[in-house]
Write a protein that binds this ligand. Structure first.
Ligand SMILES: [Zn+2]
Length: 416
């Protein structure tokens, strides 16, 4: 570990932030609220002594730039915003680890690193208020759909463009944020895992392979309503029977796919009364995989199974797509560097995909070599005040992430 790095300071600052912006129900740094603004002002004070250029871009993302000998930039990212009643680490661990690394690089290279190093605090990663996550990073990557975002409202009926105006952001110009990526050559993000994989393996840290792609569909089985007393079992067109057979089937589909997951999250029936065979049964299916070909296979297998079960029950089936997100695999060489940094820090590493989306997915979609590092989550839980990570693991995360920063700088400098 570099003598200039002080991981204990990161833990102390996380606690200070929790004290300042949380209450008995958890973190309250919801984007575009006064508590969020307070957290960002606190962040600027923390970093005051460093020779950084600081500015907000057109989408409200804050950029901290330590100019180096080369324009080529290494970018570290995180988000200060939280969900309401959120955890104390989600998003801000990444930002505060980034602050500590900027301090280390500034001291190590006496204010002039061989390349430019930047830290970004993305605006509204969580989408807690308007239901649109990754706002700042998708504006920056260019993927934000302005038509869809323009009409988003919060629960009080406030439109997103009006809420942005209140904090000095012009909605029509948010994509100007994209010019910030001009010299960015690689992107690194540290995050808590928010799931139980590292906990179950008893490992502090893991290298993230990418974020899952998502296929989300409604599957509607069409049968025929019939009297529950007068209709013999062999004469029924039972939409529910066909739908129910999908449940064990998706477990087999997920297993065959390797690391994919499938969920039937809802089921509604018509007419939905005790004395009738089900005429129509609507279920929703959510499928996720890191590999787009395997995701497509999972979807095709579910479609084939639904046709088969419908036929067996004398019913029909139709499908409606609800959501589609492409997988964003991270850069193989950066994954290898991340793995190496973890092994050097705590002996053993593990590679895992990310189920949740992160700002890193947007940066990867913009074509920038990207990788994430995960720190173990106790209870495997996040978006909850009980979200936690052992302090020793937080410190290891800062050390390993700092090593990854140094290795990535060397990797970039070796490129023409
Ligand atoms: Zn997060």
């Amino acid at each position: 570990m570099s003598t200039f790095l002080n991981p204990k300071r990161t833990v102390a600052e996380l606690k200070e932030l929790r004290q300042l912006t949380g209450d008995e129900n958890g973190a309250q740094r919801v984007a575009f609220t006064s508590t969020w603004i307070k957290s960002r002002e606190w962040l600027r004070k923390k970093i005051e002594g460093l020779p950084l250029e600081i500015h907000n871009d057109a989408a409200g993302n804050t950029w901290f730039t330590l100019r180096g000998e080369s324009e080529k930039s290494l970018l570290i990212g995180g988000h200060m915003d939280s969900v309401p009643n959120g955890g104390w680490l989600d998003g801000c661990l990444n930002v505060l680890a980034g602050v500590e690394i900027l301090r280390r690089i500034d001291s190590e290279y006496k204010g002039k690193p061989p390349m430019t190093v930047r830290l970004v605090d993305w605006a509204d990663e969580e989408g807690a208020r308007f239901g649109k996550s990754l706002f700042g990073s998708s504006a920056c990557s260019g993927n934000l759909n302005l038509e869809e975002a323009r009409v988003l409202q919060d629960s009080d009926g406030v439109k997103l463009p009006d809420a942005l105006k209140n904090v000095g952001i012009d909605f029509e110009r948010v994509k100007d944020s994209g010019k910030e990526l001009k010299n960015v050559a690689a992107y690194l993000e540290l995050h808590i895992e928010q799931g139980p994989v590292l906990l179950d393996l008893d490992l502090p840290l893991g290298a993230v392979l990418g974020t899952f792609g998502v296929e989300r569909h409604a599957i509607i089985f069409h049968g025929q309503a019939a009297h529950s007393g007068s209709t013999p079992m062999n004469r029924r067109k039972d939409a529910f029977l066909a739908a129910a057979k999908m449940s064990p089937e998706i477990y087999k589909i997920a297993e065959r796919s390797g690391n994919g997951v499938c969920t039937i999250g809802s089921c509604t029936t018509k007419p939905g009364i005790v004395s009738s065979v089900v005429e129509e049964c609507r279920i929703t299916l959510d499928q996720r995989h890191l590999d787009s070909a395997k995701l497509a296979t999972m979807l095709a297998e579910a479609k084939a199974a639904s046709e088969k079960f419908a036929k067996e029950g004398n019913a029909r089936v139709s499908w409606e797509r609800l959501l589609q997100i492409a997988p964003h695999p991270f850069h193989p060489e950066l994954i290898a560097l991340c793995d190496e940094s973890i092994r050097e820090t705590c002996g053993k590493s593990h590679q895992l995909p990310s189920g949740p989306l992160h700002d890193a997915a947007e940066v990867a979609a913009a074509g920038i070599p990207t990788v994430m590092m995960f720190a173990q989550s106790l209870h495997g839980i996040s978006h909850n005040k009980i979200e936690d990570t052992k302090e020793e693991h937080l410190e290891l995360a800062v050390v390993a992430f700092d090593k990854l920063t140094e290795k990535t700088m060397a990797w970039l400098l070796a490129q023409p």
